[in-house]
Design a protein around this ligand. Structure first.
Ligand code: PLP
Length: 441
């Protein structure tokens, strides 16, 4: 872990964020921003120290996946070098160690989310699998023909397609909370209109991966819950970017991916409120999830093991544990503050350019910006930026319905994490200007 001694004051850390809270939401209350030496933290990420096409790498594709600190890489290596064995099955030393480390990660994840119990933590392959688990296992038992599943217009495909599959299976319908155009905000004033008696589930994203909108999920869950509606939060873009408290949010389910928060790919967490998991049948069948198996029928373990068939990703759990320790070592409130300052700074700098269309809230946004340059395809922006060492993303970002709603096919996106700097944003804005000039704009 890098030395976290304070940075000298700079433009970003000096600026009070209080006025930024308009339209969108903040992930934290306005806690005093503790001084963190952000540039020293970069040294924890070996991958950042490289040249791409002859330029220092500027990694602005963090919404797709974050980079991994040395501490997480070491945890993976240590597990495979010293403790590798299958979990829950053996009674030899290595298996005991692997099992203890795997279950310790579950306890750590419960603490990370402030869940009431580690039994509310299911290990998955990521956000996508977490949502599919709820749609495939909980869904058919509780959603029927004529019921509605309420989503928002800004959902990732991972929080649309599983519900479409469920709707096809059950005869339920999907409904969508609208956004207010390019600014990408929901209107809480219109929520009651959509929370009709046929709505059985509200599933929504905490932070939009295309717009940077931070949704007031606690308020939405509270209002849905008052009407007996079950709630699911897609926390893919928020889990590593600020404090996350499932009791405060009041949701029934919440899913996130380890790889977007300094952890490994192919691993994630589904939180399920105890009562919800108790009423949910198994997701997949196989080893590990049963109490007993006969030729004709079987009995299941209680949650969470009922939902974890087969050998799990043991190293994934251990590396996620290290990632959670790492993030809490910095302070998730500090990360939220810093990320959002970077988002606000980038939005402000880009706004000053000619011929640019910016998406998402003007204030109170997460640490990412989506934009289009007049007359230049998003893929061209990303391709040319890459030649200058700037890693962006261009496309529909798995948000095709949102793109349709915005009347575009794609956007270019720069997404930040705590190891990014304002100097990198300045260079990125320069590169964007160069691209405009290159295309004669
Ligand atoms: N939800 C949101 C908002 C996302 O941004 C993503 C990934 O980009 C996902 C869900 C899916 O995450 P994963 O591919 O890790 O399952």
């Amino acid at each position: 872990m890098a030395d976290l001694r304070p940075n000298p004051p700079n433009k970003m850390t000096d600026r009070s964020p209080a006025e930024n809270h308009a339209g969108g939401q903040r992930l934290t209350a306005m806690l005093p921003h503790q001084a963190v030496n952000w540039s020293a933290l970069r040294q924890d990420f070996p991958i950042l120290d490289q040249q791409v096409h002859g330029h220092p790498l500027i990694y602005f594709d963090n919404a797709a996946t974050s980079q991994k600190p040395r501490m997480v890489l070491d945890a993976l290596l240590h597990y495979y070098e010293r403790d590798n064995a299958n979990v829950h099955r053996g009674i030899h030393e290595l298996s005991n160690r692997a099992t203890a480390a795997f279950e310790a990660a579950r306890v750590r994840a419960a603490k990370f989310l402030n869940a009431r119990s580690a039994d509310e933590i299911i290990f998955t392959r990521g956000t996508t699998e977490g949502i599919n688990l709820v749609a495939a296992a909980w869904g058919p038992k509780f959603i029927q023909r004529g019921d509605k599943i309420l989503l928002t217009e800004m959902e990732h495909h991972s929080n649309i397609v599983p519900w479409q599959l469920l709707a096809e299976r059950t005869g339920a319908q999907l409904a969508f909370l609208p956004i207010n155009g390019d600014r990408g905000l929901l209107d809480p004033g219109r929520l009651d209109e959509f929370l009709t008696s046929d709505v059985k589930l509200l599933a929504m994203t905490h932070i939009s991966n295309s717009l940077g909108t931070i949704n007031p999920v606690a308020e939405y869950c509270e209002r849905a819950r008052r009407r007996g509606i079950v709630t699911l939060i897609d926390a893919a873009q928020s889990a590593g970017h600020g404090p996350l408290d499932v009791q405060e949010i009041g949701c029934d389910f919440l899913a996130f991916s380890a790889h977007k928060m300094c952890g490994p790919t192919g691993f994630g967490v589904l939180y399920g409120r105890g009562e919800r998991l108790a009423e949910t049948p198994p997701y997949q069948g196989g080893g590990e999830m049963i109490l007993s198996v006969d030729f004709q029928q079987s009995t299941w373990k209680p949650a969470p093991h009922r939902f974890e068939a087969g050998t799990p990703d043991i190293s994934g759990a251990i590396a996620l544990h290290a990632a959670m320790d790492y993030l809490d070592g910095i302070g998730r409130g500090n990360i939220a503050h810093h990320d959002q300052e970077l988002g606000a700074y980038a939005f402000e700098q880009l706004s000053a350019l000619p011929g640019i269309r910016l998406f998402g809230p003007t204030m109170g946004r997460a640490g990412l910006v989506s934009f289009l340059l007049d007359g230049i395809h998003a893929h061209d922006v990303v391709t040319v930026a890459d030649r200058s060492g700037v890693a962006l993303r261009g496309g529909h970002h798995c948000n095709q319905p949102l793109m349709k709603r915005l009347g575009v096919e794609s956007t270019a996106r720069a997404s930040f994490y705590f190891y990014n700097t304002t100097a990198e944003i300045d260079r990125f804005v320069e590169v964007i200007r160069e691209i405009q000039m290159f295309f004669g704009k």
